[in-house]
Structures are given as structure tokens and as C-alpha cells.
Design a binder for this molecule. Structure first.
Ligand code: ARG
Length: 485
């Protein structure tokens, strides 16, 4: 299977130390100088973020290495100190990856856990790393580096799901189904056209993610706490080393800015909404009432009490999970709403909702793409559904327009014909020419071409319409965009 399988990540295996004894007696803090008493255990428990921000360790370490290299190049630390810092950080990184690193809750967050471990290992050189840096610009850096990578990952998943839509569109080219407005049969369309509607939505999501990644890709490092630094640093050098397009312009804005996280989560919400609409259709279509699709057994579940049941739990869960993602967006916006410049500790609350949005959207996209490859359309049943419900009524009106009948008048004529059919218990197509011409003398025998479903679909050749030629072109354009030959 070509799919990037996304499993919901376990929260990192943090080895929580028993803080109850240690901390009331005053564990050593990196910021402890001005404090006479040790932090209360309850405060350490309440303020810690390491249980979730350990996810950012890779970026924290990469940022620290680039920062240290810049400090050395500008004479703030020596070359030997740089070598010791880089070696120490690499060691810590390897231990975290191997699961042997001991994260400590009393060290609050990922920054302090890594920095303290470094100082413990290499001594004074480690204590120089934080020169010209604050945790405020450090967390902004880590978070941006994490999120730009997630943008790229989600873009790949969006391409995957769009490949699945294009495969379905190709497979069912020429097959028709009812198109709906108000969930009432409206006009016949091609199944492929319906699939490509989703392609468009996810293509827009992709372009939003590209924009968002571009906008966020400016390095915050060097803004320090809020006002910049008096030390002779080179922000551009660090930005360059870490793959940023440049540096942020205002240190005060940078220290408290989370627009990039909100924009990202808003994009995630849009993706999840699109997935949710699709899910809703799959739930409807797989019901006995519609019976338009068959979702393979592998992607359904049964009932514990009703032996006959085959339930569409995957789309239902995806639909349900929209609440989580939109909820995360609401959390972030509410979090930011009343914050004065610059950094406030409230901002620590930004990570969990974003991580949850990332996990939810990526696992939903990935499983939905797999499900689409395990989906069969019941083409006969779908086509039969286009045979009732006066689905070609608009075509009859358009036919009259082409015979120079004003559209409003044509609308009335067809409406009366429909009422007549309802009375008689038949479809427009079942009327003979004599009956049809009682509604308008302009109706001739060529009318039967437009009353057929095939005629109706194929007449819709306007750009973006469901006519076969238009849809074939659209499939090719989509394939081109996805690099499919
Ligand atoms: N853990 C903090 C966060 O996620 C890091 C920055 C803390 N800065 C501070 N001055 N307390 O926001």
C-alpha cells in the first residue's frame, strides 16, 4: 500500500520522577538564583509541560546546535566549548531517541530538561549555551520548526487522498448519479464529477498549508526575552542554518506571536470539515436507504448485539473528530484573545491543542485515503436513482429557452408538466409528444434527447460542468497536478 499510515502517537515515554519528596526541599532550578525557598511540589506539577512538549526535542536540539555555532563564530563562546556543546547535545538526542533519557517534571519543560542535562554532562560550557537566548524565543523556534514539518507532512497526506479521488474518478468515468441540493435529487451528474469536487477542496487545503508554511518560516531566535540582545549575535546565520527564509522583524511581536499556530490549526479545521462532509456522504450512501456504495468489510465494524449490522464507523469517527479539531482552534483563539505583549505563560497552553489537531487530522486523512481505495460504487443503483424525481426538469426548461421562450415562462411550463406527471404517477420522460406539446407548442420531438439522463449530463459542457468531455479534462488536469502519468 502506498499510504503513509499514521498512528496516533503515544505521548512520549516520560520517566516521571517522584517529585513529592524532592522539590519541597528545593530542587535546583536553572532560574533559582533569586529564590530563597524551593518550589512547592504542587506548583511544579501544575506548571510542567514536559509531559507533552518533549515532542519538540529534535527541534530544540537542532536550534541549540545552530545557536551555539553562531555564538562561537561571534566570539561569545570558544570553539572548544562549541565542540563540547554539540557532542553533549548529540548524546542527549541519541538517548531520547533510544528512550533512555530521563525527563524530569521538576525541570518544567523540554528546554530546561535538555539544558540541565547538558550542564550536568559538560559543565560550564553547557551553562554558556543560553547566552543571548530566552525560552521565549526558544519555544517559538521549536514550535515553528515542528509546525513547518507538519505542514509538509499534511501536504503529502493531502496528495495521497487526492490520488485516491482521481483513481475513483478515472474508474467511474461515464457513470452517473443524482446530484443533490437540499439533499433532494436535483440534476444528474457524473460520479467522477462528484469525486473531483473533493479533489478541489483538498487541493485548496494544500495551497493553504503551503501559504501557512511560507508565512511562518521566519526565525524567531535572537529576539531573546522580548527586546533583543546586546550581545553581538547574527540572527541571519542561525536562520539560514535552520532552513528559515529569514528572521522576524520585531522582537516584541515575535515573543508573543502564535498567529502561525492559529493559522495552521485553522487549516487543519478546514481539512477536517472537508473530511467530515465526505464522511457524512459515505454514511448516507452506505445506508440501505441509499445503497450507493459498499465499503469493504475491512473498513467497517459490526454490532455487539445485532448480528446483521455492518457499520460505517470510520467515517462516523472522522465526522465526530471535527469537534476536536475545531475545538483546538477555539482553544487557541480564546487563549490569545486578551494577552498583552509580549510573552505570557498562558502561551504554554498552545501546544496540546495543536498536537491534538496534528494527530487527528493526519490519522483521519490517512485512513480515509485507504478507505477510498476500498470503496465500490453501486453504479446500477446510482443510475436508477437518476430515473426518478424529474431530474431532467431543468433540461426541459433550457430546451425551451433555446426555442426562445423566456426562462421564467419556461420554468412555469415545466412546473405544470411536473405537476401533471405527479398526478399521473409518471416521469417527464414517460410523456408522449402530444401530452408534452399541450404545455408548450414549441416542444418538438427533439425534446426526448434532453429528457434522457445521458443527454442531460452530456449537455453540461460549461467550464467546470459535469459533461463527459469536461470531466475527462478535469481528471487529466488533476492527474497532472499530482504528477500522475
Ligand atoms: N514552556 C514554556 C512554553 O511552552 C516555554 C517558555 C517559558 N518561558 C518563560 N519565561 N517561562 O511557553
Amino acid at each position: 500500500m502506498p499510504y503513509r499510515r499514521v498512528d496516533r502517537k503515544e505521548e512520549s515515554q516520560i520517566i516521571m520522577t517522584d517529585i513529592s519528596k524532592k522539590t519541597e526541599s528545593g530542587s535546583e532550578k536553572l532560574w533559582g538564583g533569586r529564590f530563597a525557598e524551593g518550589t512547592a511540589a504542587s506548583v511544579e506539577l501544575f506548571t510542567a509541560s514536559i509531559q507533552y512538549d518533549s515532542r519538540l526535542y529534535k527541534y530544540d536540539i537542532a536550534g541549540s546546535k545552530a545557536h551555539a555555532a553562531m555564538l562561537a563564530d561571534n566570539g561569545i563562546i570558544s570553539k572548544d566549548e562549541l565542540t563540547a556543546i554539540v557532542a553533549g547535545l548529540s548524546e542527549i538526542s541519541a538517548e531520547i531517541e533510544a528512550g533512555t533519557f530521563e525527563f524530569k517534571q521538576e525541570l518544567e519543560d523540554i528546554h530546561m530538561n535538555i539544558e540541565k542535562a547538558l550542564v550536568d554532562r559538560i559543565g560550564p560550557a553547557g551553562a554558556k549555551l543560553h547566552s543571548a537566548r530566552s525560552r521565549n524565543d526558544q519555544i517559538a523556534l521549536d514550535f515553528k520548526m515542528y509546525l513547518r514539518e507538519q505542514c509538509t507532512f499534511i501536504i503529502e497526506l493531502l496528495d495521497d487522498i487526492n490520488r485516491a479521488f482521481v483513481r475513483l474518478a478515472r474508474k467511474y468515468l461515464g457513470n452517473v448519479m443524482p446530484g443533490y441540493t437540499h439533499l433532494q435529487r436535483a440534476q444528474p451528474v457524473q460520479i467522477a464529477h462528484h469525486m473531483l469536487a473533493y479533489f478541489e477542496m483538498f487541493a485548496r487545503d494544500k495551497s493553504r498549508m503551503i501559504d501557512c508554511r511560507k508565512r511562518m518560516n521566519l526565525s524567531p531566535l535572537g529576539c531573546a526575552a522580548l527586546a533583543g540582545t546586546g550581545l553581538p549575535i547574527d540572527r541571519e546565520q542561525v536562520a539560514d542554518a535552520l532552513g528559515f527564509d529569514g528572521v522576524t522583524a520585531n522582537s516584541m511581536d515575535t515573543s508573543g506571536d502564535r498567529d502561525f499556530a492559529i493559522e495552521f490549526t485553522s487549516n487543519c479545521s478546514m481539512i477536517q470539515l472537508h473530511l467530515s462532509r465526505l464522511s457524512e456522504e459515505l454514511v448516507l450512501w452506505s445506508s440501505q436507504e441509499f445503497s450507493f456504495v459498499d465499503i469493504s468489510d475491512k473498513f467497517c465494524t459490526g454490532s455487539s448485539i445485532m448480528p446483521q449490522k455492518k457499520n460505517p464507523d470510520i467515517p462516523e469517527l472522522i465526522r465526530g473528530k471535527s469537534g476536536r479539531v475545531v475545538g483546538s482552534l477555539m482553544t487557541l483563539m480564546t487563549l490569545m484573545k486578551g494577552l498583552p505583549l509580549t510573552y505570557n505563560r498562558d502561551l504554554q497552553e498552545d501546544k496540546e491543542p495543536v498536537f491534538d489537531a496534528v494527530d487527528t487530522v493526519s490519522s483521519s486523512l490517512s485512513i480515509m485515503a485507504e478507505l477510498l481505495d476500498n470503496l465500490t460504487f453501486r453504479t446500477e443503483r446510482m443510475e436508477n436513482a437518476t430515473k426518478t424525481g424529474f431530474i431532467t426538469a431543468t433540461d426541459l426548461a433550457d430546451y425551451l429557452v433555446l426555442k426562445d421562450v423566456p426562462f421564467r415562462e419556461a420554468h412555469g411550463i415545466v412546473g405544470r408538466a411536473v405537476a401533471y406527471c405527479l398526478d399521473k404517477g409518471c416521469e417527464l420522460e414517460d410523456l408522449d409528444l402530444e401530452e408534452l406539446s399541450t404545455f408548450s407548442a414549441t416542444i418538438g420531438k427533439d425534446v426526448f434527447e434532453v429528457l434522457s439522463v445521458e443527454g442531460s449530463v452530456n449537455s453540461r459542457i460549461s467550464t467546470g460542468g459535469t459533461g463527459i468531455e469536461r470531466v475527462k479534462e478535469a481528471v487529466s488536469v488533476a492527474e497532472q497536478q499530482l504528477g500522475i502519468d
